[in-house]
Design a protein around this ligand. Structure first.
Ligand SMILES: Nc1nc2c(ncn2[C@@H]2O[C@H](COP(=O)(O)OP(=O)(O)OP(=O)(O)O)[C@@H](O)[C@H]2O)c(=O)[nH]1
Ligand SMILES: [Mg+2]
Length: 329
Protein backbone atom coordinates (compact mmCIF):
# COMPACT_ATOMS: atom_id res chain seq x y z
CA UNK A 1 0.00 0.00 0.00
CA UNK A 2 1.18 3.40 -0.90
CA UNK A 3 1.56 6.02 1.80
CA UNK A 4 -0.89 8.58 0.57
CA UNK A 5 -0.07 11.11 3.25
CA UNK A 6 3.28 11.83 1.64
CA UNK A 7 1.41 12.62 -1.56
CA UNK A 8 -0.94 15.04 0.09
CA UNK A 9 1.81 16.82 1.98
CA UNK A 10 3.71 17.79 -1.10
CA UNK A 11 6.20 15.02 -1.77
CA UNK A 12 6.59 15.56 -5.50
CA UNK A 13 8.40 12.33 -6.22
CA UNK A 14 5.71 10.32 -4.44
CA UNK A 15 3.09 12.29 -6.33
CA UNK A 16 4.73 11.59 -9.71
CA UNK A 17 4.96 7.89 -8.93
CA UNK A 18 1.35 7.72 -7.89
CA UNK A 19 0.25 9.54 -11.06
CA UNK A 20 2.08 6.95 -13.13
CA UNK A 21 0.23 4.16 -11.33
CA UNK A 22 -3.06 5.93 -11.97
CA UNK A 23 -2.22 6.60 -15.62
CA UNK A 24 -1.36 2.94 -16.12
CA UNK A 25 -4.54 1.91 -14.34
CA UNK A 26 -2.70 -0.48 -12.00
CA UNK A 27 -4.24 -2.01 -8.90
CA UNK A 28 -2.12 0.32 -6.75
CA UNK A 29 -3.44 3.26 -8.73
CA UNK A 30 -7.04 2.13 -8.37
CA UNK A 31 -6.69 1.57 -4.63
CA UNK A 32 -5.13 5.00 -4.22
CA UNK A 33 -7.96 6.63 -6.17
CA UNK A 34 -10.50 4.93 -3.94
CA UNK A 35 -8.77 6.15 -0.81
CA UNK A 36 -8.08 9.65 -2.11
CA UNK A 37 -11.62 10.21 -3.29
CA UNK A 38 -12.81 11.69 -0.01
CA UNK A 39 -10.03 14.26 -0.08
CA UNK A 40 -10.80 15.48 -3.60
CA UNK A 41 -13.47 17.94 -4.59
CA UNK A 42 -11.83 21.17 -3.47
CA UNK A 43 -9.82 22.28 -6.49
CA UNK A 44 -11.11 24.57 -9.20
CA UNK A 45 -10.75 22.49 -12.37
CA UNK A 46 -10.14 24.65 -15.43
CA UNK A 47 -10.03 23.15 -18.92
CA UNK A 48 -8.11 24.93 -21.67
CA UNK A 49 -8.81 23.71 -25.18
CA UNK A 50 -8.41 24.93 -28.74
CA UNK A 51 -6.95 24.04 -32.12
CA UNK A 52 -3.28 23.01 -32.38
CA UNK A 53 -0.86 25.90 -32.04
CA UNK A 54 -3.32 28.48 -30.75
CA UNK A 55 -1.08 29.03 -27.73
CA UNK A 56 -2.69 26.84 -25.10
CA UNK A 57 0.56 25.81 -23.42
CA UNK A 58 1.90 29.36 -23.52
CA UNK A 59 -1.30 30.65 -21.95
CA UNK A 60 -1.45 27.92 -19.33
CA UNK A 61 2.10 28.60 -18.24
CA UNK A 62 1.50 32.35 -18.17
CA UNK A 63 -1.75 31.93 -16.28
CA UNK A 64 -0.10 29.63 -13.75
CA UNK A 65 2.56 32.25 -13.12
CA UNK A 66 -0.11 34.90 -12.72
CA UNK A 67 -2.07 32.79 -10.23
CA UNK A 68 1.12 32.28 -8.24
CA UNK A 69 2.09 35.92 -8.16
CA UNK A 70 -1.37 37.44 -7.72
CA UNK A 71 -3.16 34.92 -5.52
CA UNK A 72 -0.33 32.87 -4.09
CA UNK A 73 -2.46 29.80 -4.66
CA UNK A 74 -1.08 26.48 -5.86
CA UNK A 75 -1.51 25.24 -9.43
CA UNK A 76 -1.24 21.86 -11.08
CA UNK A 77 -1.09 21.63 -14.87
CA UNK A 78 -2.13 18.55 -16.83
CA UNK A 79 -1.19 18.70 -20.50
CA UNK A 80 -3.06 16.07 -22.48
CA UNK A 81 -1.83 15.28 -25.96
CA UNK A 82 -4.11 12.76 -27.61
CA UNK A 83 -2.29 13.01 -30.93
CA UNK A 84 1.06 11.67 -29.86
CA UNK A 85 1.33 8.02 -28.88
CA UNK A 86 4.67 8.70 -27.21
CA UNK A 87 5.99 11.60 -25.24
CA UNK A 88 6.88 13.36 -28.43
CA UNK A 89 7.79 16.78 -29.70
CA UNK A 90 4.77 18.66 -28.45
CA UNK A 91 5.45 17.73 -24.88
CA UNK A 92 9.12 18.52 -25.21
CA UNK A 93 8.07 21.96 -26.46
CA UNK A 94 5.77 22.33 -23.47
CA UNK A 95 8.65 21.56 -21.14
CA UNK A 96 10.54 24.44 -22.67
CA UNK A 97 7.55 26.78 -22.48
CA UNK A 98 6.85 25.85 -18.91
CA UNK A 99 10.47 25.98 -17.84
CA UNK A 100 10.10 29.24 -15.92
CA UNK A 101 7.70 27.48 -13.62
CA UNK A 102 10.26 24.89 -12.59
CA UNK A 103 11.55 25.26 -9.06
CA UNK A 104 8.32 26.72 -7.72
CA UNK A 105 6.89 24.14 -5.31
CA UNK A 106 3.44 25.68 -5.70
CA UNK A 107 3.34 24.47 -9.29
CA UNK A 108 3.25 20.91 -10.56
CA UNK A 109 3.24 19.96 -14.24
CA UNK A 110 2.22 16.63 -15.69
CA UNK A 111 2.19 15.71 -19.37
CA UNK A 112 0.08 12.84 -20.57
CA UNK A 113 0.35 11.16 -23.94
CA UNK A 114 -2.29 8.98 -25.46
CA UNK A 115 -2.51 5.49 -24.04
CA UNK A 116 -4.66 3.26 -26.13
CA UNK A 117 -8.14 4.42 -26.84
CA UNK A 118 -9.21 8.00 -26.33
CA UNK A 119 -11.77 6.82 -23.83
CA UNK A 120 -8.84 5.41 -21.87
CA UNK A 121 -7.11 8.75 -22.02
CA UNK A 122 -10.17 10.58 -20.73
CA UNK A 123 -10.42 8.14 -17.85
CA UNK A 124 -6.72 8.33 -17.06
CA UNK A 125 -6.95 12.13 -17.12
CA UNK A 126 -9.88 12.06 -14.73
CA UNK A 127 -7.81 9.93 -12.36
CA UNK A 128 -4.77 12.16 -12.58
CA UNK A 129 -6.90 15.26 -11.98
CA UNK A 130 -8.51 13.63 -8.97
CA UNK A 131 -5.13 12.85 -7.43
CA UNK A 132 -3.91 16.42 -7.95
CA UNK A 133 -7.12 17.74 -6.44
CA UNK A 134 -6.71 15.46 -3.42
CA UNK A 135 -3.05 16.48 -3.16
CA UNK A 136 -4.32 19.95 -2.33
CA UNK A 137 -3.72 22.04 -5.44
CA UNK A 138 -6.07 25.02 -5.53
CA UNK A 139 -6.27 25.07 -9.33
CA UNK A 140 -5.89 22.22 -11.79
CA UNK A 141 -5.41 23.50 -15.35
CA UNK A 142 -6.10 20.85 -17.97
CA UNK A 143 -4.78 21.51 -21.48
CA UNK A 144 -6.26 19.52 -24.38
CA UNK A 145 -6.06 19.94 -28.14
CA UNK A 146 -9.48 20.80 -29.49
CA UNK A 147 -10.39 18.10 -31.94
CA UNK A 148 -13.73 16.66 -31.04
CA UNK A 149 -15.32 14.21 -28.67
CA UNK A 150 -12.23 13.54 -26.59
CA UNK A 151 -12.03 17.24 -25.71
CA UNK A 152 -15.68 17.27 -24.83
CA UNK A 153 -15.11 14.29 -22.55
CA UNK A 154 -12.15 15.96 -20.95
CA UNK A 155 -13.87 19.33 -20.75
CA UNK A 156 -16.64 17.64 -18.86
CA UNK A 157 -14.10 17.21 -16.08
CA UNK A 158 -13.72 20.94 -15.69
CA UNK A 159 -15.81 23.43 -13.78
CA UNK A 160 -14.70 26.14 -16.16
CA UNK A 161 -13.76 25.59 -19.78
CA UNK A 162 -11.67 28.11 -21.70
CA UNK A 163 -11.69 27.80 -25.48
CA UNK A 164 -8.73 29.42 -27.19
CA UNK A 165 -8.83 30.81 -30.66
CA UNK A 166 -6.08 32.52 -32.63
CA UNK A 167 -6.08 34.60 -35.79
CA UNK A 168 -4.49 33.34 -38.95
CA UNK A 169 -5.48 29.70 -38.79
CA UNK A 170 -7.57 29.91 -41.91
CA UNK A 171 -10.83 31.58 -42.76
CA UNK A 172 -13.03 29.78 -40.31
CA UNK A 173 -13.00 29.91 -36.60
CA UNK A 174 -11.44 26.62 -35.62
CA UNK A 175 -13.54 26.18 -32.53
CA UNK A 176 -16.74 26.49 -34.52
CA UNK A 177 -15.52 23.93 -37.01
CA UNK A 178 -14.58 21.50 -34.29
CA UNK A 179 -17.84 22.13 -32.48
CA UNK A 180 -16.15 23.01 -29.23
CA UNK A 181 -17.61 26.49 -28.92
CA UNK A 182 -20.60 25.05 -27.09
CA UNK A 183 -18.44 24.00 -24.20
CA UNK A 184 -16.84 27.43 -23.73
CA UNK A 185 -17.39 29.32 -20.51
CA UNK A 186 -14.67 31.79 -21.45
CA UNK A 187 -13.45 32.54 -24.97
CA UNK A 188 -9.92 33.73 -25.44
CA UNK A 189 -8.48 35.13 -28.64
CA UNK A 190 -4.79 34.60 -28.14
CA UNK A 191 -2.05 36.04 -30.38
CA UNK A 192 -3.87 39.35 -30.30
CA UNK A 193 -0.61 40.86 -31.50
CA UNK A 194 -1.09 39.22 -34.90
CA UNK A 195 -3.11 40.71 -37.75
CA UNK A 196 -6.64 39.39 -38.03
CA UNK A 197 -7.41 39.36 -34.31
CA UNK A 198 -10.30 41.79 -34.83
CA UNK A 199 -11.82 39.60 -37.52
CA UNK A 200 -11.59 36.60 -35.27
CA UNK A 201 -13.23 38.53 -32.47
CA UNK A 202 -16.04 39.75 -34.72
CA UNK A 203 -16.71 36.24 -35.99
CA UNK A 204 -16.75 34.81 -32.48
CA UNK A 205 -19.09 37.48 -31.17
CA UNK A 206 -21.40 36.99 -34.15
CA UNK A 207 -21.60 33.32 -33.30
CA UNK A 208 -22.30 34.05 -29.67
CA UNK A 209 -25.07 36.44 -30.68
CA UNK A 210 -26.66 33.72 -32.75
CA UNK A 211 -27.69 32.50 -29.36
CA UNK A 212 -26.20 29.10 -28.95
CA UNK A 213 -26.74 27.78 -25.47
CA UNK A 214 -23.57 27.79 -23.46
CA UNK A 215 -22.76 24.44 -21.98
CA UNK A 216 -25.41 22.78 -24.05
CA UNK A 217 -23.38 19.61 -24.05
CA UNK A 218 -23.02 19.51 -20.33
CA UNK A 219 -26.69 19.83 -19.87
CA UNK A 220 -27.93 17.51 -22.52
CA UNK A 221 -25.51 14.63 -22.38
CA UNK A 222 -26.17 13.38 -18.91
CA UNK A 223 -29.51 13.19 -17.31
CA UNK A 224 -29.86 16.94 -17.08
CA UNK A 225 -33.44 17.99 -17.01
CA UNK A 226 -34.89 20.85 -19.00
CA UNK A 227 -34.75 22.64 -15.68
CA UNK A 228 -30.99 22.70 -15.55
CA UNK A 229 -30.67 24.32 -18.95
CA UNK A 230 -33.46 26.74 -18.22
CA UNK A 231 -31.74 27.65 -14.98
CA UNK A 232 -28.38 28.10 -16.64
CA UNK A 233 -29.88 30.11 -19.49
CA UNK A 234 -32.00 32.27 -17.25
CA UNK A 235 -29.22 33.15 -14.85
CA UNK A 236 -27.34 33.99 -17.99
CA UNK A 237 -23.66 33.31 -17.99
CA UNK A 238 -22.54 34.92 -21.22
CA UNK A 239 -19.05 33.71 -22.10
CA UNK A 240 -16.74 36.71 -22.12
CA UNK A 241 -14.53 37.16 -25.17
CA UNK A 242 -11.03 38.14 -24.10
CA UNK A 243 -7.88 39.00 -25.99
CA UNK A 244 -4.46 37.87 -24.84
CA UNK A 245 -0.84 37.77 -25.92
CA UNK A 246 0.41 34.78 -23.97
CA UNK A 247 4.02 35.23 -25.03
CA UNK A 248 4.05 38.73 -23.54
CA UNK A 249 1.86 38.05 -20.50
CA UNK A 250 -0.78 40.44 -21.80
CA UNK A 251 -4.38 39.95 -20.70
CA UNK A 252 -3.80 37.43 -17.90
CA UNK A 253 -5.52 39.57 -15.25
CA UNK A 254 -8.73 39.51 -17.32
CA UNK A 255 -8.52 35.76 -17.83
CA UNK A 256 -8.04 35.21 -14.12
CA UNK A 257 -10.84 37.54 -13.11
CA UNK A 258 -13.19 35.80 -15.56
CA UNK A 259 -12.23 32.44 -14.06
CA UNK A 260 -13.04 33.79 -10.61
CA UNK A 261 -16.29 35.35 -11.82
CA UNK A 262 -17.30 32.05 -13.36
CA UNK A 263 -16.56 30.23 -10.14
CA UNK A 264 -18.70 32.73 -8.21
CA UNK A 265 -21.47 32.33 -10.76
CA UNK A 266 -21.37 28.52 -10.51
CA UNK A 267 -21.39 28.63 -6.73
CA UNK A 268 -24.16 31.20 -6.43
CA UNK A 269 -26.45 29.36 -8.85
CA UNK A 270 -25.71 25.93 -7.42
CA UNK A 271 -24.28 24.85 -10.76
CA UNK A 272 -20.92 24.06 -9.19
CA UNK A 273 -22.59 21.17 -7.44
CA UNK A 274 -24.62 20.23 -10.52
CA UNK A 275 -21.47 19.97 -12.61
CA UNK A 276 -19.72 17.89 -9.97
CA UNK A 277 -22.71 15.61 -9.81
CA UNK A 278 -22.92 15.27 -13.59
CA UNK A 279 -19.28 14.30 -13.69
CA UNK A 280 -19.57 11.80 -10.84
CA UNK A 281 -22.68 10.28 -12.32
CA UNK A 282 -20.94 9.85 -15.67
CA UNK A 283 -18.03 8.21 -13.85
CA UNK A 284 -20.22 5.79 -11.95
CA UNK A 285 -22.23 4.97 -15.08
CA UNK A 286 -19.08 4.35 -17.08
CA UNK A 287 -17.61 2.13 -14.37
CA UNK A 288 -20.85 0.21 -14.12
CA UNK A 289 -20.87 -0.39 -17.87
CA UNK A 290 -17.29 -1.64 -18.00
CA UNK A 291 -17.68 -3.76 -14.89
CA UNK A 292 -20.88 -5.41 -16.12
CA UNK A 293 -19.29 -5.99 -19.50
CA UNK A 294 -16.21 -7.58 -17.95
CA UNK A 295 -18.32 -9.72 -15.66
CA UNK A 296 -20.46 -10.83 -18.56
CA UNK A 297 -17.44 -11.59 -20.72
CA UNK A 298 -16.15 -13.90 -18.01
CA UNK A 299 -19.45 -15.77 -17.95
CA UNK A 300 -19.75 -16.48 -21.67
CA UNK A 301 -17.07 -18.11 -23.78
CA UNK A 302 -15.86 -16.50 -26.96
CA UNK A 303 -16.93 -19.61 -28.94
CA UNK A 304 -20.44 -19.42 -27.61
CA UNK A 305 -20.60 -15.71 -28.39
CA UNK A 306 -19.41 -16.28 -31.94
CA UNK A 307 -21.80 -19.18 -32.47
CA UNK A 308 -24.70 -16.94 -31.53
CA UNK A 309 -23.38 -14.15 -33.74
CA UNK A 310 -23.31 -16.66 -36.62
CA UNK A 311 -26.98 -17.39 -36.01
CA UNK A 312 -27.67 -13.67 -36.24
CA UNK A 313 -25.63 -13.40 -39.45
CA UNK A 314 -27.69 -16.22 -40.94
CA UNK A 315 -30.84 -14.41 -39.80
CA UNK A 316 -31.88 -17.42 -37.76
CA UNK A 317 -32.32 -15.26 -34.69
CA UNK A 318 -32.65 -11.50 -34.24
CA UNK A 319 -30.14 -9.37 -32.31
CA UNK A 320 -32.78 -9.04 -29.59
CA UNK A 321 -33.18 -12.79 -29.34
CA UNK A 322 -29.37 -13.12 -29.22
CA UNK A 323 -29.27 -10.82 -26.21
CA UNK A 324 -31.94 -12.88 -24.47
CA UNK A 325 -29.90 -16.02 -24.97
CA UNK A 326 -26.60 -14.38 -23.97
CA UNK A 327 -27.97 -12.74 -20.85
CA UNK A 328 -29.55 -15.91 -19.62
CA UNK A 329 -26.36 -17.90 -19.77
N1 LIG B 1 2.65 36.03 -31.76
C1 LIG B 1 2.26 35.23 -30.76
N2 LIG B 1 2.70 33.97 -30.71
C2 LIG B 1 2.27 33.18 -29.70
C3 LIG B 1 1.39 33.68 -28.70
N3 LIG B 1 1.13 32.65 -27.83
C4 LIG B 1 1.82 31.58 -28.27
N4 LIG B 1 2.51 31.89 -29.39
C5 LIG B 1 3.41 31.01 -30.17
O1 LIG B 1 2.62 30.05 -30.84
C6 LIG B 1 3.29 28.79 -30.91
C7 LIG B 1 2.42 27.71 -30.33
O2 LIG B 1 2.27 27.94 -28.93
P1 LIG B 1 1.86 26.81 -27.92
O3 LIG B 1 1.68 27.45 -26.60
O4 LIG B 1 2.77 25.64 -28.01
O5 LIG B 1 0.45 26.38 -28.53
P2 LIG B 1 -0.44 25.12 -28.15
O6 LIG B 1 -1.84 25.50 -28.44
O7 LIG B 1 -0.14 24.64 -26.78
O8 LIG B 1 0.06 24.06 -29.20
P3 LIG B 1 -0.25 22.48 -29.21
O9 LIG B 1 -0.17 21.98 -27.79
O10 LIG B 1 0.81 21.91 -30.08
O11 LIG B 1 -1.62 22.33 -29.80
C8 LIG B 1 4.59 28.97 -30.15
O12 LIG B 1 5.60 29.23 -31.10
C9 LIG B 1 4.33 30.18 -29.29
O13 LIG B 1 5.50 30.92 -29.01
C10 LIG B 1 0.95 35.03 -28.79
O14 LIG B 1 0.18 35.54 -27.97
N5 LIG B 1 1.42 35.76 -29.85
MG1 LIG C 1 0.43 22.71 -26.07
Amino acid sequence: MMDLDTVTTGNRLALSRLLTEVENDTQTGRDALDRLFVRAGRAHLVGITGAPGTGKSSLVSCLAKHIRSELGMSVAVVAVDPSSPFTGGAILGDRVRMRDLAGDTGVFIRSMASRGALGGLARATAGVVQVLDAAGFDFVLIETVGAGQSEVDIARLAHTTIVIEAPGLGDDIQAIKAGILEIADILVINKADLPGAENTERALRANLDLGYTPRMLHNSTHMATANDSAQEGAQGWVPPVLKTIATQSVGMADVLSSIKAHRDYLQQTGLWKVRDQERLKAEVTHLLQTTLMQRWQRSVSQEKYEAILDQVYDREISPGAAIDILMNE
